[in-house]
Each structure stands twice: as C-alpha cells, then as structure tokens.
Design a protein around this ligand. Structure first.
Ligand code: ADP
Ligand code: MG
Length: 689
C-alpha cells in the first residue's frame, strides 16, 4: 500500500543503518512497529510434496540438494537440483551471491516457499524463498506474516524488530485497552492486545482467508482503532482551530445585495442554502472551516463570490487560490466581472507574472489597496503578506497535494486566523462525507441551475471516427466549438507531451479548414492563457487538450467534447471533462472514443458515465466498481492515509469510531491522548494539513 510521502526534506544521504531505513517508511518508535501489521501471510505450517503442488498456488516443499552449478543458459544463473523422495526439483536463481552457492551445496536440506511449475526439465521453482534446515526441524505452528518493507531490509530483519517491539511493549504491560469498555461491548470488539498479537502471530487454527480478506475479528478491532485515531485527530485539530479567533464579519448586505441584483440569473435554492450557511459562519468569531461541494456546473463560483463580498463589505481582504494558472485566470475574470462593477478591487498573482507586475501585486496586497487577490499558490509564498486577510478560498482543494497544503499551513500562519472556504467538484457520497470530514463543515449544492439542456453522451469505437469528424466540422461551421481530449498516458509525462503534440498534428491535418489550437500541461502559463483566451474569443474552434482542462474551464459556446481512449480515464475525471460542455443553452454532446476490444470492467465503467450525469451517483458507482483507493485517501482530506480500514466497506466502523471519538474527547481525554500517541505518535505532522 502506498504511504503518504514525508514532507520535502533537504537532499538526504542515502539511509545506511537499519533504523534509518525503517524510519524512511515511517517506522520509528515501538508503537510504529507494533502497528506495522502484515500485508499478507504465508502458510509454512505444512510441507507439501513436490508431486502434490498445485499450479498457481504458493506452497512449501522440503528437498535435499544433490547438484549445484553456476550455468550460462545464456545468462549466468545458479542452477540447483534437489530431491524430494523420488521426485526431482530444479531451482533457478538469476541474481545470486557467491555465498548462496555454498548455502545450497549438495547434501543440504532446504525448505522452499513459492510456486512449483512444470518447466522444460520437469518440476521447477524460480527464485523461491528458501531456508537451510538441519535434520528434522519442526515446521512453525503459526502462519508466517509478510510485512511491507523497504530495500535492504529483509523479511527476517523486519520480523525481528517487530517481535522485539512487541516483547518490549508487552513486558511493560503497555497493551492496555484505551477504547472504553462500553464502546467495546457495543461494537463487540476484541481486546486490543489480543488483536495485535493475533495479527502478527496468527494461531495455526486461524483462517487464512479471514486474515487475507481482513474480516478476522482482530482486523475489525484494528480497523476500528485506526479510524478512531483518525477521527480523534481530526476532531482535535478542529477544536484547536475553533479555539482560535477570527474576525466576525456580519452580513451587511450592501455589496452582496448589489451583487445579487446584478446577476443575470436567480440563485438556485441549493446555492442560496450554501450561501446562507457560509454567511452565518463568517459572522462567527472563530475561523470557518467549510467545504463547499457541488457537481461540475452547479455554480460554486457565485457562492464563493458572495462570501468574498461579505468579507469585503466588512473591510477585509479575500484570497482565492486555484490549483492551476488557467483556473486562477478564469476565476479572476469571473470574479472581476461579478465584483468590480460594485466597487471591489481585484489583483492577480501567479508565479509566471513578470517581476515588475509581481512586485506591484505584492505591494497592493500588503498595503490593502486590493481587496481581492486571486492566484495560484504563489499567493501564499514567502514575501507575500496581507494587510488584513479575512477569508481564504481554496478552489478544487483536493488537487493540492498534501505537501503543498502543509507548506501553505506552515508559511501562512495568517491563514489560520482567517476564515477558510474550500471548494470541490469531486463528489463524495453524502453518507461518507459527514463522517469522513470530521474536521470540516460541509455544504452541498445538489441541484444544477435550471434551463440546462442535458448533454447527450455517446460511446463510440475508435474506428468510427470519420462520422465524428463530419459532425465536428458541421458544428464548427455553424459557429460552435469543440474540445478534443488526448489520450491519457499516466506512466510518462514525456510520452504524454508527445501524444498531445501528435494528436494536435493529426487533428490539424484532418481539419485543414478549422482553426485548431493545442493546450497541455507543459506549456508556459502565459502560452496556456493565450490559447485559452483565443478559445474563449472563438479564434480557436477546436481545442486539442490534455486533461489540464479537466477542472473549472468554462467556455459556454463549446458544445462538443471528444475524449480519446476514454477507457483509460477515471470516472470522476470523465465526468469533470464532460462538464466542460453543456454550459450554454445549446444542445451539447460528449463523445467517448474507445479502442476496441473493450474489457468487461472498462465497459461497465463507461456505461456508468453513459447512464448518469449526477456526479454523486457516478462517484458512488465508481466506488462500487473500483473501491475507494486513493479517491478518499490523503489527497482528498489531508488526513493520513488509512492503512487498514476501507472507508466504503467499513462504513459502520467509521460511524462507530466517529461517535466513540466524540465520547472519548468529552469523557476520557487521557485515553484519547494515549490512543493518538500509539497510532500517530511519530506521524503527527500529517495531521496539520
Ligand atoms: P462550478 O460549480 O463547476 O464551479 P460555475 O460556478 O463555473 O460552476 O458555474 C457554471 C455556470 O453556471 C457558469 O456559467 C455560471 O455563470 C452559471 N450559473 C451559476 N449559477 C447559476 C444560476 N443560479 N442560474 C443560471 N446559471 C448559473
Ligand atoms: Mg468551478
């Protein structure tokens, strides 16, 4: 399982000692080791006869070596022949040390673990795990745990440190249960000590399946504890922020009313509700921590603008940060359109500004002559100080990496004292968001503005491109515009760039009569902006793009979205891309091109996009098909990655953990602290993001 990266460090020397290597994977103190639970188990409690070994199944066999040689066939390799009764087993090792040749010399008895296959010479094992045994050494009486480890730390070594930590903690009777008895009884949770030991050293009778699938009662207990630690941490962080003070910005209605009056449309009920929730938060004397969730196109920008207006009419500055320059630029335009006519001054600050312009922007922010600062994370870099920041708005918050958000927190202590509004179009099913974001309040815009013509979605095999080309030509001739999204190449940025350029060239030849543009992630921000401006002005009719346009881009005249190799993209990503069209009154279409043949899973996924336009429903289906994975991991919430629990599958435990956390913080804070120290002692820094 991937772990959250440590915050950026000075270029470090490569780790040398065992302790340093283990620290690199987050294992520092005894509790880190005790809670570093096996990723899987191997059954070495039985010895299988070579002739009984099943294809595709790992097993343990015991053999006696009768011949060993270093052969060249054609690569240098260690070839060992051994006997199990009448059966002969061949072993091959492609990478080996000289010492291994001696270890496996003729006459030695070996226990081997791995898969026995039928090779050219008969039964064979390639690179099995092996151990030299003397005489009739008994087999272990418990399943063998396999731990996540790092280069240069063997299973045996990590097992030894973990065992030592378990003994040390146990010797000092440190395994007392911090979870209150009533919670344990209610949830029928196994005791803590018993659970930890059961997972590190499962009894011979333990079911390998329930251990592997993490349904064993010991896993249930550990998952609960993990979720509890996360809930406790988030609630504590929240309480700490609530204890801080922030300016109370009451709704004076001056600017907000003027803004609403000037809107060309009426707010939807959902927008009004969200705006009211935010407005009430801003009027409080402690910092708002609110997440505004709304599907693509649900109209979050106006709601953010209303919040900004309320801050400004109370005499405070507002910062709006977006993850990309394209998006920041677009926000600048939109918010300026909404707010400058009613007397709000706005400044734009990104890393790519010319030095002179940057100085001017920084000065305006510092002197308070600008009320609204919009930009990328450059807004919160060293050297930028706000005269009186009252509200920070962070768009597409999940797009900022944990590291970036950490840096932001560290640098911008000022933000701590300001209200914070986060916005996200990546929907998290409602049932989960309340439990999961224990440290945030959530407002949800769950309706789209009226009068939208539904987007028609088509799934088209790549070999029917010609029909599609005709359609695009006709639409552009009639004054429309289209996006053409390049295939996603996740493995390599260089390949991605090449693909974008190739696609652009191909499309340009296919449409000699159209004005075709290209935008991709490696372009300089200024170039990107120029292309986007041309697209907005309809000087570009067909925009070839990578997924950089996935978030936020708003060009209502564009009515066709073509996505190549749609089967490679995530569902939420497809949904976001599709949301770039259907923004005006005209009928829009989204065409998902796929490369046949399409596998069953890919088919099921595209069907979800075809059948639903509701981001929340799509997210739910995505979770069902694919499992939450990173979707709800560190990237979303800034909370530490869960190693054992699975938010979707263990939702009952999540709810129970949330309630237990509330109870413990009120009635049993010493056990709450103890629990946190065990689980997060050496990882506390992830929590601040
Ligand atoms: P998102 O939630 O994806 O950020 P935007 O704020 O960009 O959505 O809004 C999408 C489009 O809908 C914009 O063109 C915006 O002007 C328009 N819009 C927002 N609210 C309404 C409304 N209540 N009625 C009609 N159109 C609206
Ligand atoms: Mg938006």
């Amino acid at each position: 399982m991937p772990r959250a990266k440590s915050p950026p460090k000075k270029p470090a020397k490569p780790p040398t000692s065992l302790a340093q290597k283990l620290a690199q994977i987050g294992l520092r103190n005894e509790w880190d080791f005790a809670l570093h639970l096996p990723i899987r188990y191997e059954d070495e409690t039985r010895i299988t006869r070579v002739r009984d070994a099943l294809a595709g199944v790992d097993c343990q066999v015991e053999v006696e070596v009768f011949h060993t040689e270093v052969a060249y066939r054609p690569r240098r390799q260690l070839v060992v022949q051994a006997r199990d009764g009448e059966d002969i087993l061949h072993l091959r090792f492609l990478n080996f040390y000289g010492s291994q040749v001696k270890q496996m010399a003729a006459g030695k008895r070996l226990r081997l673990f791995g898969e026995v296959r039928q090779g050219y010479f008969g039964a064979e094992m390639v690179h099995p795990r092996y151990r030299v045994v003397a005489g009739d050494e008994p087999v272990p009486d418990a399943l063998t745990p396999v731990y996540g480890t790092t280069a240069g730390v063997s299973q045996i070594a990590i097992r030894r440190v973990i065992d030592r930590a378990l003994e040390a903690l146990d010797g000092q009777s440190q395994f007392d249960d911090c979870v209150p008895t009533i919670v344990r009884e209610q949830q029928r949770l196994q005791p803590f000590r018993e659970s930890v030991f059961a997972l590190h050293r499962p009894s011979p009778s333990a079911s390998l399946t329930s251990l592997a699938e993490r349904t064993h009662p010991a896993w249930r207990r550990i998952k609960f504890d993990e979720l509890l630690s996360q809930q406790l941490a988030m609630k504590k962080a929240r309480a700490a922020r609530d204890a801080k003070s922030a300016p109370a910005m009451t709704s004076r209605h001056k600017i907000t009313q003027a803004m609403i009056a000037a809107l060309p449309f009426a707010l939807t009920a959902a927008q009004r509700r969200a705006a009211d929730e935010i407005s009430a938060d801003l009027a409080k004397t402690h910092p708002m921590q609110r997440l505004l969730q709304g599907d693509v196109g649900s109209g979050k920008t106006v709601v953010a603008a209303l919040a900004a207006a309320q801050a400004v009419e109370n005499g405070f500055q507002v910062a709006l940060m977006a993850p990309t320059e394209i998006l920041a630029e677009q926000h600048f335009r939109k918010l300026s359109d909404l707010l400058t006519p009613i007397g709000v001054t706005a400044t734009w600050l990104t890393g790519s500004l010319k030095a002179k312009d940057k100085r001017a922007a920084v000065a305006a922010i510092a002197q308070g002559t600008t009320q609204l600062a919009i930009g990328t994370h450059a807004l919160f870099q060293d050297g930028v100080t706000f005269a009186n920041l009252g509200l920070a708005i962070i768009d597409e918050q999940h797009r900022f990496g944990v590291g970036q958000r950490l840096a932001l927190r560290e640098k911008a202590s000022i933000v701590e004292e300001a209200h914070q509004l986060m916005m996200s179009a990546t929907p998290i099913p409602r049932t989960l968001s309340m439990s999961y974001f224990a440290d945030l309040d959530v407002s949800i815009i769950d309706e789209l503005p009226p009068g939208r013509t539904p987007i028609s979605t088509r799934i088209l095999a790549d070999d029917r491109r010609d029909e599609l080309l005709e359609r695009i030509r006709a639409a552009c001739a009639a004054g429309g515009q289209a996006y053409w999204v390049c295939p996603l190449i996740e493995e390599s940025e260089k390949l991605q760039l090449q693909t974008a350029v190739d696609t652009f060239e191909r499309i340009s030849t296919e449409f000699p009569d159209l004005r075709v543009g290209l935008v991709h992630g490696r372009m300089k921000p200024a170039e990107k902006n120029e292309v986007m401006q041309k697209f907005i002005a309809n000087e570009i009719q067909l925009l070839v793009a990578t997924t950089v346009i996935e978030v936020g881009v708003d060009v209502p005249n564009a009515t066709i979205m073509v996505i190549e190799h749609a089967e490679r993209m995530g569902l939420s990503q497809l949904h976001q891309l599709r949301g770039r069209v259907g923004r005006g009154a005209k009928q829009s279409a989204c065409v998902l091109l796929y490369q046949s043949p399409l596998g069953a899973l890919a088919k099921a996924r595209l069907k979800v996009i075809y059948e639903s336009t509701d981001g929340f429903e799509i997210a739910r289906q995505d979770l069902l098909i694919r499992g939450p994975g990173e979707h709800l991991g560190a990237r979303q919430s800034g909370a530490p990655l869960l190693r054992f629990a699975d938010i979707q599958r263990d939702v009952d435990l999540l709810d129970a953990a949330r309630d237990a956390a509330t109870w413990m913080l009120q009635h049993d804070s010493s056990n709450a602290d103890k629990h946190l120290a065990r689980w997060l002692g050496s990882r506390q820094h992830y929590l601040k993001a």
